[in-house]
Design a protein around this ligand. Structure first.
Ligand code: AMP
Ligand code: GLY
Length: 426
């Protein structure tokens, strides 16, 4: 079987890494891929961008691709799955309509309200005046300001004061282009975050192992939000009762609402609920993503033993109810190594040096990297690598990952030094 992976991040490198280890997968194409997928056996980078939907369909046709897995949200929101389906090609992910669960916060809130899914109280504004009035009418304290559309994880501002909230609303409505046509203000929910990701076939929900991400840039979860600075799986916070609660209160009602409540919004693909678990043990949905998380996928796929390609095919045929998942019991932890300046401006093109090879316990997943004409590995993005390790326990996975991080370097490199701290405290 030949599988096409759409995307160029660490998540897509991890998907390709998993796929080439599966029986029945002969070759993996990655469009466009990165410097890491460029160096893999039985993997071929194809120079087609994630926004070139027709180019992707043509690639899958000419290369006789048997299955396509979509990594990032942008092509899903643009309707890549609809285009593949219309061409008679198997493509795992939600349709453009279903992907609105991520691409429009307003749609997500509406679905949750209709399905009775717990989420923060919110207000939406397309004009500054209304937003400022709302902020003034609230007691001084934490509010969260969000851009309505896709902003690569950077369109969210957790504000401690009214003044911070005012400035965040101004920024969303003026600096975010189409994603900031509307600003969202949300009540702040106290608690611990959890990533809950499942395969969905329109009807059945098959949860992956639990994971936790570190969204903030700096140690101690301080600094601006990023796409994610590190992750680990499983999350010690998760237990059977919490999983049951999330399935009953969040996942099943959402998938049912999508299938029954709206014409053409049936959800097939990876459904990722970003959750806050309150000190009282209640769950509240912060956001839905219609794809695998990055960097959660890196530790998750290091642990997954059931073939991912078979799971995607089963989901496309509506057979997820017959599937069960097997996991490596060892925890895995991934540390993101980033370019100085990220999530703001950063330089590119710095040579990367050090111990970049994989071993049994460590995989160095690439995100923003390219190979130069001479084969040299260069930085090419904000998040550059995600060094991911397995360990007999979370502490050992953390030690092994950081030991490897210490042997890789480039100019301006930075990483958090406390990935896993919440899990280790438990
Ligand atoms: P989102 O992209 O909506 O998940 O938001 C990014 C991050 O902002 C989350 O991972 C949380 O850390 C934080 N956040 C978002 N919404 C809330 C909220 N209502 N209460 C507390 N923190 C939030
Ligand atoms: N790690 C967060 C995300 O993928 O959105």
């Amino acid at each position: 079987m030949r599988v096409l992976v759409i995307g160029s991040g660490g998540r897509e490198h991890a998907i390709a890494w998993r796929l080439v280890r599966e029986d029945g997968v002969d070759e993996v194409l990655v469009a466009p891929g990165n410097g890491g997928t460029a160096g893999m056996q039985r993997v071929r980078n194809c120079p087609v961008g994630v926004d070139d939907l027709q180019g992707l369909v043509d690639l899958a046709r000419t290369e006789r691709v048997d299955l396509t897995i979509v990594g990032p949200e942008a092509p899903l929101a643009a309707g890549v799955v609809d285009r593949f389906q219309a061409a008679g090609l198997k493509c795992f992910g939600p349709s453009r309509n279903a992907a609105q669960l991520e691409s429009s916060k307003l749609t997500a809130k509406r679905v949750m309200a209709d399905a009775g899914v717990p989420t923060a109280e919110h207000w939406a504004f397309d004009r500054l005046e209304g937003a400022l009035e709302l902020i003034d009418s609230r007691p001084e304290g934490a509010l969260v300001v969000k851009a309505d559309g896709l902003a690569a994880g950077k369109g969210v501002f957790v504000c401690r004061t009214r003044e911070e909230a005012r400035s965040a609303v101004r920024q969303v409505l003026s600096d975010f282009g189409p994603a900031g046509k509307r600003a969202f203000i949300e009540e702040f929910i106290e608690g611990e975050e959890l990533s809950f990701i499942a395969l969905v076939d329109g009807e059945d929900v098959l949860p992956l192992a639990s994971s936790q991400d570190h969204k903030a840039r700096d140690d101690g979860d301080a600094g601006p939000n990023t796409g994610g600075m590190g992750a680990y799986s499983p999350a010690p916070l998760m237990d059977d009762a919490l999983q049951r609660r999330i399935l009953d209160e969040v996942m099943h009602p959402t998938v049912q609402q999508m299938a029954r409540g709206y014409p053409d919004h049936r959800f097939t693909g990876f459904l990722y609920a970003g959750l806050m678990v309150t000190p009282a043990g209640e769950v509240s949905v912060l956001e839905f993503n219609c794809r695998l998380g990055d960097p959660e996928t890196q530790p998750l796929l290091m642990r997954l033993r059931t073939p991912l390609s078979q799971l995607c095919l089963a989901a496309l045929e509506g057979r997820l109810g017959e599937c069960a998942l097997e996991w490596d019991p060892r925890p895995a932890l991934g540390v993101v190594m980033a370019s100085g300046g990220y999530p703001g401006d950063y330089a590119k093109g710095h040579p990367i040096s050090g111990a970049l090879g994989d071993s049994d316990e460590v995989a160095v997943f690439h995100a923003g990297t390219v190979r130069s004409d001479t084969g040299e590995l260069l930085t090419a993005g904000g998040r550059v690598l995600c060094v991911t390790a397995l360990g007999s326990d979370l502490a050992e996975a953390q030690r092994t990952a950081y030991e490897r991080v210490g042997r890789i370097t480039w100019r301006d490199e930075f990483h958090r030094s406390d990935i896993g701290h919440r899990g280790l405290k438990r």
